[in-house]
Ligand binder design. Structure first.
Ligand code: FES
Length: 149
């Protein structure tokens, strides 16, 4: 892996369609509109943090909204990924300050790591205990085909 991999940003993709149990049990507003989903709230708060350049954020982390990542039973979910690096799917998130700090600090450690595998001690406890998947970077040959057999 060349050094340019370490300079590229890591991306937090937040599932904005996630609904927690609390969302599902909340009464429907009288005007019939749907209340804002927990995933959308998480995404908006992360964006606010990034825009305000508060602690834990940096230029090497980008935030993007996505729809379902098939972790609905463990909402809210977000992934942390970058080209050529390991990718993580993290569950049971919410828009609390503590979870925002967890996600942003993990993404910063992911961006700073060579292969997307920050040392265990650099991973927030919530991330250690709520990682649903750790996906290996694809292995491609020069012509773009997979080298896997
Ligand atoms: S709706 Fe968020 S993971 Fe399915």
């Amino acid at each position: 892996m060349d050094d340019s991999m370490m300079e590229q940003p890591s991306i937090i993709q937040v599932c904005v369609t996630c609904r927690t149990q609390a969302d599902l049990q909340a009464p429907t507003p009288e005007d019939g509109t749907e209340a804002k989903r927990s995933g959308q709230k998480l995404y908006e708060r992360l964006q606010d943090r990034q825009n305000a350049q508060e602690s834990g954020t940096n230029a090497h982390v980008l935030i993007q909204p996505v729809e379902c990542m098939n972790g609905c039973q463990s909402a809210c979910t977000a992934s942390v990924q970058a080209a050529g690096k390991y990718a993580f799917l993290i569950a049971n998130l919410d828009d609390s300050d503590e979870r925002l700090d967890d996600l942003l600090s993990f993404a910063a450690a992911h961006a700073a790591s060579k292969d997307g595998l920050p040392a265990w001690r650099e991973r927030p406890v919530h991330v250690r205990k709520n990682t649903l998947a750790r996906l290996h970077p694809p292995i491609l040959t020069k012509d773009g085909s997979s080298s896997a057999q």
